[in-house]
Design a protein around this ligand. Structure first.
Ligand code: COA
Length: 259
């Protein structure tokens, strides 16, 4: 257990990861990045956990970016190595279980990039999102120039990255940067409801679905369709497929075991 990141296991096969540096707007320093990769390694092996929700402590920030304090006097080679070693964005994206970003305030820079690496983004209506790196004389380094245009299109991505402006949760919803906007006081409830809905499903099918959808980014349609068909057929080897089909035919709820 780390001070800068808490892990809670909740009902419904859900794990909640909370970045815990509220006095620094939950900015991502090396310690937080290391704690996130460590927690993901553990949760990957935990069969009881089928879905992860990621959020920030307090009511001000999800994550307000990389810890700017670490940038001062940093040299290029050290910077490159630390970004490579602490590439939490790819680790989240490649995590074999769905990850939901529960965005409870400032979601800026590396915070916005972390949210974009998640599979679904739910934001409180007061949340603010942006890629302000340009104001520091740098650019996004956690995938912002790559994942943002894929989510919102090139023009909107250019606008956000070139101006560094923050946008509201409502606007983020309109352009497809977040998938659900809730009243502030309902953020946790609605995020957990979504997580539990996903946690009820077969974990093998969840992994197949996540991998197949992510494959659509890098594969031409014909290859993507083959990739999907491969996973679809593979799932016919699972007990969960038998359980899901039988439950439907017997008009009862399925109980997926993850086998
Ligand atoms: N890195 C390091 N510290 C950060 C931080 C970051 N990305 N974001 C906020 N903090 C710290 C502030 O330095 C301040 O620390 P202090 O109390 O020791 O001075 C504390 O968090 C509170 O932030 P503050 O700026 O006082 O709050 P605010 O409500 O006035 O503004 C923000 C909130 C998020 C708009 C503002 O902090 C901000 O612009 N942060 C940087 C965002 C950014 O550029 N992210 C991309 C980094 S590459």
């Amino acid at each position: 257990m780390s001070d800068v990141l808490t892990t809670e296991k909740l009902d419904g096969h859900v794990a909640l990861l909370t970045v815990n540096r509220p006095d620094k707007m939950n900015a991502l320093n090396g310690e937080v990045r290391c704690a996130i990769t460590g927690a993901l390694d553990e949760l990957k092996e935990d069969d009881d956990v089928r879905v992860v929700v990621l959020t920030g402590a307090g009511d001000k920030a999800f994550v307000a970016g990389a810890d700017i304090g670490e940038f001062r006097d940093a040299r290029p080679v050290e910077q490159y190595r630390s970004m490579q070693a602490g590439d939490i964005y790819s680790r989240v994206e490649e995590f074999p279980k769905p990850v939901i970003a529960m965005i409870n305030g400032y979601c800026l820079g590396g915070g916005c990039e972390l949210a974009m690496a998640c599979d679904i983004r739910v934001a409180a209506e007061s949340a603010r999102l942006g890629q302000p790196e340009i104001n520091l004389g740098i650019i996004p380094g956690g995938g912002g120039t790559q994942r943002l245009p894929r989510l919102v299109g090139e023009g909107q991505a250019m606008r956000m990255v070139l101006t560094g402006e923050q946008i509201s949760a409502e606007r983020a919803g309109e352009i497809g940067l977040v998938d659900q906007v809730t009243e502030d006081e309902r953020l946790r409830e609605e995020s957990m409801e979504l997580a539990r809905t996903i946690g009820d499903k077969s974990p093998v099918a969840l992994q197949a679905a996540k991998e197949s959808i992510l494959a659509s980014r890098r594969m031409p349609l014909d290859q993507g369709l083959k990739f999907e068909r491969g996973w679809f057929s593979l799932l016919f080897s699972t007990d969960d497929k038998e359980e899901g089909v039988s439950a439907f035919l017997e008009k009862r709820e399925a109980e997926f075991e993850g086998r």
